[in-house]
Design a protein around this ligand. Structure first.
Ligand code: SAM
Length: 312
């Protein structure tokens, strides 16, 4: 359905946990709230969203693969009428174990977050020495025929030297590698000097040439894509800070405790756990209608939550 500003809202991001097994420099802070939705709650709420025109769901967190019932969650969501595309974002540490079962349960694609391909640097950024597991998970996801994208956040002076090797991942494999600008969540993110803007990447890698986007519906993406001669995958730039895309925003978020968050840049939430079966659909419709026009990210931005709590 369309919101108050005429935007077609068809994409729901569902956080299934605030827990994470990594401790990324710019992401998590504070202890997680454990009031996680059950599979039945997730299914009940997503059904209401599907009745309002949501056709794409991304499962995220925290780290969604910490939920031991993750395959059950995917299976339940894949059975909901109207959900045509079901995808998941993960740090990849446990993906090797789950890739085949997730695919069988109805998952079509995974976004894997990797901010460095240098093992020591990965360890410094995430607090864990898990890069080898993540790379094995990519191989397993390929074997399971899941579509793969790699997402990276570059931070000045920390891992901006990793951009070239991350781009190389798209050379021989059909993997899109996307760079997301650091957003002002957590203390690191609030320091504007740390952000590597999309344009800086294009200046450093002039062989990247824009791809014309023909995508519509749930295929439409917030990333601007670039290609390079001889590369099988593409390079994407996601620029929420230097070039925000609120006018085309098609998404809404369901947090791990059953609250709806309408915009990444606004803290207001609506608690679906308080809804009865009689008023759930009306509350979801009203929530979509009240999605804000947009947000401003700047250094003084006072967001009270880190990404692991909102669901990145
Ligand atoms: N654990 C999963 C993962 O690592 O992909 C899913 C949750 S994580 C919060 C989702 C994405 O949010 C990751 O790609 C992470 O890099 C990104 N993220 C977290 N904090 C961010 C920030 N301040 N700015 C930009 N991206 C951020």
């Amino acid at each position: 359905m369309k919101d108050n500003f005429g935007r077609e809202i068809n994409y729901l991001r569902v956080s299934v946990t605030q827990r994470c097994n990594l401790n990324c420099l710019y992401c998590g802070s504070g202890s997680p709230d454990l009031a996680e939705m059950t599979v039945d709650e997730i299914s009940r709420f997503v059904k209401a969203f599907a009745q309002c025109g949501i056709n794409k769901v991304r499962i995220t967190g925290g780290e969604p693969l910490l939920r031991t019932d993750i395959v059950e969650i995917v299976s339940a969501l894949s059975e909901i009428q109207g959900i045509e595309k079901l995808v998941l974002t993960t740090n990849g540490v446990y993906l090797k174990k789950y890739a085949g079962d997730l695919k069988k349960a109805g998952l079509s694609a995974v976004n894997i977050s990797i901010d460095a391909l240098d093992r020591e640097k990965y360890k410094l950024l995430t607090g864990r020495d898990c890069l080898p597991q993540v790379l094995e998970s990519i191989d397993e996801a390929e074997r399971a025929e899941l579509k793969i994208r790699v997402n990276a956040v570059l931070i000045k002076g920390q891992n901006d030297d990793q951009a070239g090797s991350l781009i190389e991942l798209a050379k021989d494999r059909k993997i899109d590698v996307r760079f997301i600008e650091l957003m002002p969540f957590s203390d690191t993110g609030k320091n504007e000097k740390m952000i590597v803007k999309g344009n800086e990447i294009l200046e450093r890698f002039p062989f990247l040439k824009p791809v014309q986007s023909k995508k519509t519906g749930f295929e439409q993406s917030v990333a601007r894509y670039y290609e390079a001669v001889g590369f099988r995958g593409r390079i994407g730039l996601i620029t929420p800070v230097s070039d925000k895309f609120c006018d085309n925003c098609n998404r809404i978020r369901l947090l791990s405790d059953g609250k709806v968050r309408l915009c990444l840049g606004h803290d207001d939430v609506i608690d679906l756990r308080r809804c009865s079966d009689d008023n759930l659909l009306e509350v979801v419709k009203a929530a979509i209608m009240s999605k804000p026009k947009g947000h401003e990210f700047n250094c003084g931005y006072a967001n009270s939550h880190a990404m692991n709590k909102i669901g990145g």
